[in-house]
Design a protein around this ligand. Structure first.
Ligand SMILES: *[C@@H]1O[C@H](CO)[C@@H](O)[C@H](O)[C@H]1NC(C)=O
Ligand SMILES: *[C@@H]1O[C@H](CO)[C@@H](O)[C@H](O)[C@H]1NC(C)=O
Ligand SMILES: *[C@@H]1O[C@H](CO)[C@@H](O)[C@H](O)[C@H]1NC(C)=O
Ligand SMILES: *[C@@H]1O[C@H](CO)[C@@H](O)[C@H](O)[C@H]1NC(C)=O
Ligand SMILES: *[C@@H]1O[C@H](CO)[C@@H](O)[C@H](O)[C@H]1NC(C)=O
Ligand SMILES: *[C@@H]1O[C@H](CO)[C@@H](O)[C@H](O)[C@H]1NC(C)=O
Ligand SMILES: *[C@@H]1O[C@H](CO)[C@@H](O)[C@H](O)[C@H]1NC(C)=O
Length: 661
């Protein structure tokens, strides 16, 4: 590993009172041991990493500190304070974080970047022989390190899994309330780490630079560090980057054994580079230039350079090695940008639960496409998800919307589908006035969607659960065939979650009641949503309409009540007039009820649904159905759906992301 030791003849800002205390108000002339990406800038900033990917940087005091009075003794009290700033390459996406560290050596060798923060590697993580004490400032939620979120402070003893951690923030002296801080804001913040050797209490406090030290600590942890900290240890910092990267800066640092740490002189700390957030090193240099020589020529050069950068940034996308093996076509962002004239609003087809959909015309082939921009906050799991999409791209069925390819940008996935000229079914079903869809068209669409869903459930090499069957996800091609879109998209949210958290994506009103308990989607929960879809098509209304009279709000309950009274046919879409086949309509309504039965075991499979729809087998005996739909089970459903009405009155049937433990 590359190692350099900075020896400066002048000790400008360094006040060394004893061998065990030091204060750096900026690091000009500081005697630190640096390695990896760590460097001292000419302004006196300690920069632990730049935005090179998968790198680490270390900086240690060159003098070991004595932590015990006798070799086998207990750890003496110590305290330290430092000012830091994290400036991510892309605003709001930090990578990975940094830590204050006490280590037996000032050379941390064979450590890994990314989640290991340059402190550990995959084989020594958690090993008590490490004798590493660290306080991490972590900007990525890593499931393997059991991270609580992507903006936390944690106490790490011998491993990257924190013994205790909290979201970054402070407890206000004024009202005792927790106020959050964003580590990746690029703003300088101040942190105190204090250990009371007698009470064995470790405190970590963070606050914005402009505030006095909060009275209450953010983290307070009782721990006997005697077995962790050796006689002599080096104090310092470690930081790492991954795919997302940040500049990690330390502006000033003070350390004291056995006493109150001297305060830093905030006014004499070095300045952070200008526009450090969401910029590259180059911008900084360009700005410097501008200041130095105010010549018009330079101004013009800079303007030109900026234009190129803006252009570059505008079309920037993410492409990683693992994607090269995939067979699904990858579009360039530039192509898609051109196809939609820069994602202009006039090209917007709709805004769904997963993002905006645009109509576009591919520049070279002039093919019309639908372009869906899916925002995702978590970067984790995107790889798995894209892999899954690729395999879904191989799905070919006349009742599925073909996926043509994709493109990836920071925090965004763009999916390109074949354009469906007749748009989505809900536009026809829920419009005001005369319906433009005849019963025969509706029945044809229902049969098509059923066979598309059967293909996903049973006829492909793997079971694919759609997770979001509903009228607005059924698109109509040029021949008015119903085609399911968006299959598998809800998976993205699953992949992003930490294992303990279950995210349930779907749409209110179509979620099977058992999902609120198990959060496990199955083919049977798809069948439930399909049942609701059947009722939507037959009744021409949305599954939940809060503005209706109470007994009519929930579609399933209303149809069920009518069926009990023997008036099920009265729930049909009035706009059909007399133009319908009574047997078919009745079949669809009853099948809708059967499919959306509260008990998963009572629902038919999609294969059976197809047989029923084609009249190959008769519907189960109505009496039997009635028994299945007992009062008790109906209650389950009432409880379920009504709860959704309560919490979602203003959301109508938009996609919702449920999360819970
Ligand atoms: C980061 O710093 C290293 C060494 O200091 C240098 O080689 C590398 O080019 C820098 N990376 C970027 C992206 O500036
Ligand atoms: C810096 O630290 C090294 C290693 O401890 C030491 O040899 C050197 O004398 C120090 N330099 C200054 C200027 O203090
Ligand atoms: C991890 O670091 C230890 C030294 O602390 C070293 O012995 C070991 O080989 C390293 N493991 C890996 C996988 O690099
Ligand atoms: C801290 O966590 C490490 C493992 O990550 C564990 O070995 C150690 O016992 C923990 N220490 C305390 C005091 O909880
Ligand atoms: C703090 O949290 C609230 C709510 O979670 C959020 O709206 C706000 O932006 C956060 N502030 C910072 C500085 O991250
Ligand atoms: C740690 O914080 C608690 C309150 O948050 C305080 O009572 C205690 O004295 C602090 N200990 C140290 C060592 O600062
Ligand atoms: C802390 O740990 C050391 C080493 O195991 C032990 O000698 C000491 O008694 C412990 N202190 C307390 C208060 O438990």
């Amino acid at each position: 590993m590359f190692l350099k030791i900075f020896i400066w003849p002048l000790l400008l800002n360094l006040a060394l009172s004893t061998a065990s205390d030091f204060t750096y108000n900026g690091f000009k002339g500081a005697n630190l041991s640096l390695d990896g990406m760590a460097t001292l800038t000419s302004d006196g900033l300690l920069r632990l990493t730049n935005i090179s990917k998968h790198e680490q940087g270390h900086a240690f005091s060159t003098v070991p500190l004595q932590f015990k009075r006798s070799p086998m003794g207990t750890v003496i009290s110590f305290s330290t304070v430092f000012v830091f700033a994290i400036a991510p390459e892309y605003s709001m996406f930090g990578g990975h974080g940094f830590a204050f560290v006490l280590s037996p050596s000032m050379h941390l060798l064979q450590t890994f970047p990314t989640r290991y923060l340059g402190l550990f590697n995959s084989s020594n993580n958690g090993n008590p022989l490490n004798h590493i004490f660290a306080v991490e400032f972590d900007t990525i939620e890593d499931a393997e390190m059991a991270d609580i979120n992507d903006n936390h402070v944690g106490i790490d003893i011998n491993g990257g899994i924190s013994n205790k951690s909290k979201p970054t923030g402070f407890i206000s002296d004024d009202d005792g309330q927790f106020k959050n801080l964003s580590l990746v804001s690029g703003e300088p913040m101040i942190a105190w780490i204090e250990y009371d050797g007698i009470n064995m209490q470790l405190n970590v406090t963070v606050s914005p630079l402009s505030m006095p030290k909060p009275k209450l600590a953010l983290l307070s942890f009782t721990v006997n560090l005697s077995n962790v900290i050796l006689d002599h240890m080096y104090a310092g910092f470690s930081a790492s980057t991954g795919l997302p990267c940040s500049f990690h800066y330390i502006l000033g640092w003070s350390f004291k054994m056995d006493g109150k740490v001297p305060e830093l002189d905030i006014s004499s700390l070095p300045r952070l580079p200008r526009a450090v957030t969401s910029s590259k090193d180059k911008t900084g240099t360009i700005l410097m230039w501008l200041l130095l020589s105010l010549s018009v020529l330079v101004l013009m050069t800079v303007a030109a350079a900026r234009m190129i950068m803006v252009r570059k940034k505008r079309f920037s996308e993410l492409l990683e090695d693992w994607e090269l093996d995939f067979e699904l076509h990858r579009f360039s962002y530039k192509q898609l940008f051109k196809a939609t004239r820069g994602f202009k609003d006039e090209y917007l087809l709709g805004v769904g639960g997963f993002g905006r959909v645009y109509r576009g015309v591919l520049p070279d082939t002039k093919v019309e496409v639908a372009i869906k921009r899916v925002c995702h906050e978590s970067r984790q799991g995107v790889r798995e998800f894209v892999a899954e999409l690729v395999s879904l791209g191989q799905l070919q069925h006349r009742n599925l919307v073909p996926l043509l390819g994709y493109c990836r940008r920071e925090g965004e996935l763009i999916l390109v589908y074949e354009y469906m000229p007749n748009r989505s079914l809900d536009k026809y079903l829920f419009c005001e006035g005369e319906s433009t869809l005849s019963w025969s068209q509706r029945f044809w669409i229902i049969k098509g969607v059923a066979s598309g869903l059967l293909y996903l459930h049973e006829d492909w090499e793997r079971v694919v659960i759609h997770r979001d069957v509903k009228a607005s996800n059924v698109l109509l091609d040029g021949d008015m065939n119903g085609r399911l879109g968006d299959f598998g998209l809800a998976r993205l949210y699953d992949h992003g979650g930490v294992p303990q958290t279950t995210h349930l994506a779907g749409t209110v009103g179509y979620l099977a009641p058992e999902l609120s308990r198990t959060c496990r989607v199955t083919t049977s929960s798809d069948v439930f949503a399909f049942g609701v879809f059947l009722l939507e098509v037959a009744c021409g209304r949305r599954p939940i309409e809060p503005e209706k009279a109470e007994d009519m709000q929930v579609l399933i309950d209303w149809v069920l009540a009518n069926w009990r009274k023997g008036t099920i046919m009265e729930t049909r879409d009035e706009r059909l007039g007399e133009e319908y086949v009574a047997e078919e309509l009745e079949l669809v309504l009853k099948l809708g009820l059967l499919c959306s039965h509260p008990l998963p075991t009572a629902r038919p499979s999609m294969r059976r649904v197809i047989q029923l729809l084609h009249g190959n087998i008769p519907l189960p005996d109505p009496l039997l159905l009635n028994q299945l739909y007992t009062k008790d089970s109906a209650f389950v459903k009432y409880g379920g759906t009504n709860a959704y009405v309560m919490s979602c009155t203003s959301l109508s049937s938009e996609s919702l992301l449920f999360s819970g433990r």
